[in-house]
Design a protein around this ligand. Structure first.
Ligand code: ZN
Length: 664
């Protein structure tokens, strides 16, 4: 196969912030429904030299995996990205035309989505330039490409969806994601997983790190992600930098975990992965930490195979005191939750919680990124060894700073009173809700004997996220939080309640195109909660309502403690569904409350939002780390720089970290 080399080009920095600027510039670029932010890395200079070097090595290990995600998201993505980048760098015409602007927007979007499907809706987006224009421009620029990419880019009927969750269709055959080879059906893949399932006490997560394909005899075989296997060229580089990180690890626990991660990448052995997870959970005292590998399974339509991601971070010592307090009280939260005692954990253990500062984002954490992480995902490891839960404060801070004064609250909140509460306590409540969600929410509750982790099948993610969110919402209004000093008074939680309900029932619809259903698990969960409580208000004295004023709809909350009781009731039911693995109830609840959108309300929200001229999705650019060396080549310092622009960053990544061939 011919491999396109990305021609290095000194891209003009269109969006570069001035280095000497007094104020940190958070907002960098805006196109389509996306806004690019920059995040600060406070306290990097407080790290020891060894810790800085460790961050640098781990950040290189993170960036080396970039191509893997593009290929997982679609088998044509690398070919498309490289053709676009080659054309961008050798563009043969004047750049001050509408066509060039449309072309540049499309390329920026491909980078943002790590492919040609929207990172959130997962729908394919189409170029605003024609195929003829593209073909002619490439010809003139001398850019060669595989003709097969043309219908994939331009024909709306080809690969329209990255991961479909639509009922009644073959999820594997109708998803463009590259987790299954061509010609494999959902039934065949499910049967393969069923046949190979590990039912031992410490089960291997079969399928986590592989693609299923058909061999020449029509049998299904696994192509394992490992050095020498699928994505081996990239994983080899990842391992190279992990080895360097191993040399400067902070302590034995961290060294042990890195060693297992290296072994897993080299062998693909899932037993090594389990050992890595356990070692990683035990590594609690290091300042620097990381995620690197095949992790979340949302993008596989069957929820088995992990998407490659990396996040390098270090502990925010001050803010971690906050989550430590929550974690120290984990048993109290478990004992006092409104769920049936049969579903409670007798002993909640290993809930470690920390607040971190992100230092580099990569793979499925970049440019769009989660604000909290709770790993590992294997439920038996979580049960026996605990899990690590983090909230990423510097990213939350960047979101808040970039959103200040954008007019959103003025448009959508019902009155000055709630606006004032949200201004005062909104950011604090968001942080705290994320902490509760990650530190005690996901870790709470237990499954009844014989109930498997996949009992709720395609609805498992939505139900699990709802469970963790409700756990957090329920406790935000508990006097215990004021007693612990986590909230200043019994008004503060109202910000979280108003924001959850307004977002879940109305404003998150800005992320959905007219006529579309909600498909993403977190969005489904938020609407499920919002619409369930609206549907279950006390008829004689409604706790909340959607009211109309001058032709616009607003959320009104009349009884906040009453709303808390509704959250408690729903939490109890969601916990029951989870603990008993009640698939029909999960399906009924998701279908009734989480998926469908009221078209009139949707239209209104979109119009009001459009008038504000804001982007509903945010993503980030990374800082640049550069080692400073002495005469002998020893690293004497690591410098951090924030001046790189969005386009420059992606072109540099494509030049320096382009590890995979076009076709894998
Ligand atoms: Zn979650």
């Amino acid at each position: 196969m011919k491999r396109h080399l990305v021609i290095a080009c000194a891209a003009v920095s269109l969006f570069c912030a001035c280095q000497k600027q007094q104020k940190f510039q958070y907002s960098v670029d805006k196109f389509y429904d996306l806004e690019i932010l920059r995040y600060d890395v406070p306290a990097f200079d407080e790290l020891t030299l060894q810790q800085k070097i460790l961050v640098y090595y781990l950040s290189e290990a993170a960036l080396q995996g970039r191509d893997i995600l593009f290929d997982q998201n679609g088998r044509y993505n690398l070919r498309i990205r490289r053709a676009l980048e080659a054309l961008y760098c050798n563009y043969p015409y004047s750049k001050s035309t509408d066509e060039f602007a449309a072309f540049e927007r499309y390329l920026k979007r491909v980078w943002f989505s790590n492919g040609i499907h929207h990172h959130y809706s997962e729908d394919k987006f189409l170029p605003e330039f024609t195929q003829d224009w593209f073909v002619e421009a490439c010809r003139k620029a001398g850019v060669t490409y595989d003709e097969a990419i043309l219908p994939v880019m331009f024909d709306p009927s080809v690969m329209p969806k990255r991961t479909t969750q639509q009922d009644g269709v073959d999820l594997v055959a109708n998803s463009a994601g590259n987790y299954y080879g061509e010609g494999i059906t959902q039934a065949e893949a499910e049967k393969w997983y069923e046949d190979h399932k590990d039912n031992s006490a410490e089960p291997l997560w079969i399928g986590l790190n592989s693609q299923l394909v058909k061999n020449e005899n029509g049998e299904i075989v696994e192509r394992v992600y490992k050095v020498g296997g699928l994505y081996g060229e990239a994983l080899e580089k990842v391992v190279y930098w992990l080895r360097k990180a191993y040399e400067v690890a902070e302590n034995d626990e961290q060294r042990a975990a890195i060693a297992k991660m290296i072994e897993f990448n080299e062998t693909g052995d899932l037993k090594a992965f389990n050992e890595y997870c356990i070692a990683w959970v035990k590594d609690l005292n290091s300042r620097v930490d990381y995620v690197n590998g095949f992790t979340e399974t949302y993008s596989d339509p069957l929820g088995i195979t992990g998407t490659w991601e990396s996040l390098v971070n270090f502990k925010d010592l001050e803010a971690t005191k906050r989550t430590q307090l929550i974690s120290d009280n984990a048993q109290w939260f478990e004992d006092n939750s409104p769920t049936d005692p049969r579903f409670k954990k007798e002993e909640v253990k290993g809930v470690t919680a920390k607040v971190i500062t992100a230092a580099i984002l990569a793979g499925d954490c970049y440019p769009a990124t989660p604000i909290g992480i709770n790993l590992p995902n294997a439920s038996w490891i979580r049960k026996d060894y605990g899990s690590k839960s983090v909230t990423i404060d510097n990213l939350m801070h960047a979101y808040n700073e970039a959103a200040k004064g954008n007019g959103f609250n003025e448009e959508f909140m019902i009155d000055d009173n709630i606006r004032e509460i949200c201004n005062l306590y909104g950011a604090m409540c968001n942080d705290l809700h994320t902490d509760l969600h990650e530190c005690v929410g996901h870790g709470s509750g237990k499954l009844m004997p014989g109930v498997g982790k996949d009992a709720l099948k395609e609805h498992a993610s939505t139900i699990e996220e709802a469970r963790a969110d409700l756990f957090g919402l329920y406790y935000l209004a508990d006097p215990k939080l004021v007693e612990l000093g986590l909230l200043p008074n019994m008004d503060a939680y109202k910000a979280a309640y108003y924001q959850q309900q307004m977002n879940g029932a109305m404003t998150q619809l800005v992320r959905i195109e007219p006529g579309k259903d909600i498909e993403e698990a977190h969005m489904r969960n938020r609407q499920l909660i919002a619409n369930w409580v609206l549907d279950n208000v006390t008829l004689t004295a409604p706790e909340l309502a959607i009211v109309e004023r001058d032709g616009k709809h607003y959320l009104q909350i009349l009884d906040y403690q009453g709303l808390r009781r509704l959250y408690g009731k729903l939490l109890a039911e969601i916990q029951r569904i989870t603990s008993e693995g009640d698939y029909p109830a999960a399906k009924a609840m998701v279908e009734k409350y989480a998926v469908k959108v009221d078209p009139d309300l949707h239209k209104e929200v979109l119009e009001r939002y459009a008038a504000l001229n804001l982007a509903p999705y945010k993503g980030f650019i990374n800082p640049v780390y550069s080692p400073v060396r002495d005469h002998d080549g020893n690293i004497t310092d690591v410098k951090i720089d924030f001046t790189e622009g969005y386009i420059e960053q992606h072109l540099r990544y494509s030049r320096d970290y382009s590890n995979l061939p076009d076709i894998n």
